[in-house]
Structure formats: C-alpha cells, structure tokens
Design a binder for this molecule. Sequence first.
Ligand code: NAI
Ligand code: MG
Length: 502
Amino acid sequence: MSVMTEAATISESTARFLQQQHQLLINGEWVDAASGKRFDVVDPANGEVIATVAEGVSEDIDRAVRAARAAFESGPWSRITASERGKLIWRLADLIEHHLDEFAEIESLDNGKPRAVAAVADVPLAVDLFRYMAGWATKIEGTTIPISVPYMPGAEFHSYTLREPVGVVGQIIPWNFPLLMAAWKLGPALAAGCTVVLKVAEETPLSGLRLGELIQEAGFPPGVVNIVTGFGETAGAPLAAHPDVDKVAFTGSTEVGKLIVKAAGDTNLKRVTLELGGKSPNVILPDADLESAIPGAASAIFFNHGQCCCAGSRLFVHRNHFDQVVEGVADAARTIKVGPGMNPATEMGPMVSKIQQERVCGYLQSGLDAGAEAVVGGHRLGDSGFFVEPTVLVNTKPEMSVIQEEIFGPVVAAVPYDDPEELVSAANDSIYGLAAAVWTRDVSQAHKLARKLQAGSVWVNCYNVFDASLPFGGYKQSGWGREMGHEALELYTQTKAVTVQL
Ligand code: NAI
Ligand code: MG
C-alpha cells in the first residue's frame, strides 16, 4: 500500500478564511480568549499548521453562559415567535448550502476526510438537518388532559401541558463530522427555543467558526449561539460543570461521557444527553446476497476511515462464506486510494491527529501481539501525515481489546459463526449498543434479528443510512437519549402541566 501525495490547491475564499485571526463567538461578537492564548490547527494529511484559534478556558465559558442566559431570559430570542425561529434556522440552512464547497474544503483540510465525501455527505446532511428542525419549530405542542381528581368530587378543571425549552444548553462535539455534529446539536436546540454554548473539538474547530459567521449573517440575536474553541479539560469540563447550564449534550468517548455525568451530578443535576462510542456488529447471514454484503461490509468500516461511532467494526460471517467474505473485504481494502482529503482521487484520508493514529496503531499492535492476524493492513502508512492502512483482522478472541474496545480507525475484525443463537450472544457481547446490521434475503430472519440485537439503530441490507427524521443513539454504554428526529427535540424541551379550576 502507498499514500498518494498530490493535493488540489485551496480556493481563495478558504485560504482567506484560514488566515483570519479566529476568535470566540460570545454574545454576538467575535472576541479573543480571556487568556489571550491561541493554539494551532493542523492538517492531518501532512502535519502542517493551517490556522490558529483562540484557546477558550473557564472564564470564556462563563462569559458565554452569561450571554446565553441573558438571551434566553430577556433578549429578543425570549419573545421570538416559533415561526420566526423556524425561518432563522431555515435561512442558516440556505447559507450553509450556498457555501457548500467552502465547507467541504474546510472539513477536508481540518479533519482529513475526502473533500468529495464532505460535499455529498457532511454538508448536505447538515443542511437537511437544519431544514428538518426548522419545520419542527412551529410544531412543538402540548396536550389537553381530561383529569378526574377523585378526592375533589364535582370540581371541574382545565388541564394542559406546555412544552418549554430546557434553557441554556452546553454542547460538546467531536471531530469526526465537525459541521454535521454541530448541526445535530444546534438544530433541535434552536428549534425548541434554547440558547447554546457550543464547544467544538480542539482537533477540528474551523467549520464551527465558519458556521458562527453564518449564524450571525442569518440574523440570530446575540447570545443565542455562542461558540468556544478550546480543549476538553479546560473548556469542555467547565461547561459540563457550570451551575447555570440547564443541559449538556455531548458526543465523544464513553470515558468523557462518564465525566460529564459526574460533573452534572456534582453541580446542578443538569440534564445530560450522551452519544458515545460503539463496537457495532455487522452480521452476514448464510443466505445474504454477497454481491451487496461484501462491499457493504467494507464501507461499514472504512467510511470516514472508521472514525464513526457506528462503524461496523465486528463483522460476523457464517462459516460457509467466511473465507469468501474476508477475501472480498480485504480486496476492497487493498484497492482503497489513501491520500490527502484534498486530492480528488482520495477515497480514504488520514486519521484526524497523530494521537488518533497512535491509538489505532496501538490497538493493531496489541491485537497482533495477542495472536490476531491481519489479512491486509495492520500498520501506519506513509512517512508524513497520520495515515493508517485499511485493515482486516481474523483469528481474534472475544476477550481481545480489538474486539472489546472502540478502535475508531479503519480496522474490522471478521469473526466466523456457525449457530444463530451463538451469533446473537456474540454480537451482543459488548458494553456498547449503538448500531448493528444484518445482511439477508430472509425477511423474517431480518426482523427477528432486528429485535434481538441490542442497538439503537439496526440496518438491514444497508449500512450508515442516516436521516434527519430518524432517531439515532445508543443502547447500553453507547449513550443516553437520541439525536435527530422528534425524539431529539423532546430532549431540548421540558413539560409543564398547567391546571385551572373552572
Ligand atoms: P473525547 O471524548 O476526549 O473528545 C470529544 C469532545 O469532548 C471534544 O470536544 C473534547 O474537547 C471534549 N472533552 C474532552 N475531555 C473533556 C472533559 N473532561 N470534559 C468535557 N469535555 C471534554 O474524544 P477524543 O479524545 O477526541 O477521542 C478518543 C476516543 O473517543 C476515540 O478514539 C473514539 O473511540 C471516541 N470518540 C467517539 C466519538 C463518537 O462519535 N461517539 C467521537 C470522537 C471520539
Ligand atoms: Mg480525549
């Protein structure tokens, strides 16, 4: 395997954006971090610094929370109609769409993903999510409830519920789909009428900052969306622990998810929703159409370089087809064009950072040391940039870390099975429960397995199918709550029961 090097030139508008003196968006203004400190943003394809951003810390989080609180309690946002809220969100979607190429380029440079993939997946999905949530703004309704109150015979009441925004929301997002994760978080919060402090990932702060400019351009009142760049421990943690934040929505590692829960418990019991890791089983039944299952299994793990919380990282194949499927997925791995995301021919870019490259390679080494075998791949790739070979592992054991832990890289472990019952318990043998997939022509088997697999999403004869209207989230330690769909909105509102004696 080798890495391609040649990368397309950066457009003028993106070059200009990169050179800006990026600041924090607080109360509708771009401001420096209180500390005056900045940190580097690195292109993972070559390790070069492409921009610097402000290093927000607890003082900045505090300023941002105060702005969000003021906007929520007494600013124009507190009096805005649902229809106007929807219009603003829709306008933001239009603006993102108008700048689609620029966002695709920024995501590619910052995260490493192919620009073409960002242009057909990340950016349009973000646009669609905002439009979907814009429509919901006018449809957040309570109910009227015929109450009986047995201890007040003869009394008459009118009872109804109001669904009100939870208030000031802290949102902490990761680096694997920077713009899209911002959209998943901001869309429902804004539709519900909340105000937000968004802490973007330190590895990929740029698209969030560009989004902040468009939020200004769309006309959101000051303080409704505040954006802080900074590190997890010094900006994320104070947001999670802030006593005046009503809810924290987090996407990232299970380890940090637990810290967020603890921070909420230790302070004001703020609401917490979590979208955490996964180790998703992808199951090929004996009657599956292998012509679609094999490329499907390859794309389930290799899409976004395996840096997907729902990546199909454990591939269970009936023993009759095991060798054929493993060879097919390994062939797919061998032909993937690995290179800088900005090269139009690239199909797989680098890991987001040197740390992630080392993490993934550490898992590979531990698997190989423990007796697993790499049919293809198994190592880092190239001398510069943070590339890893697309890898297919076999001869794993259930207790190995490559089977139990989230690798978050282009590494799939293929495991044979004989008996369907054994398959279900092996597939569910994980602390995670984010996604699962089944490949079969047998409709009844498909639905039966969909019920038995412990996962928040189950795909049949497909993988990585997302839609703004479909709830997404985890069973078990993959998280709390759901993103997207109306379920996400519910988690940004709270119910008030109002009772009037007539
Ligand atoms: P992470 O969980 O440390 O980072 C995610 C976000 O949380 C970032 O914005 C980070 O600044 C913030 N953060 C970190 N520590 C924090 C703290 N103490 N309090 C509040 N916020 C904090 O994930 P990291 O280190 O980037 O990746 C490590 C592993 O996590 C990956 O290898 C992968 O397994 C998993 N991960 C899962 C993701 C998912 O989509 N579910 C996304 C990113 C990572
Ligand atoms: Mg971390």
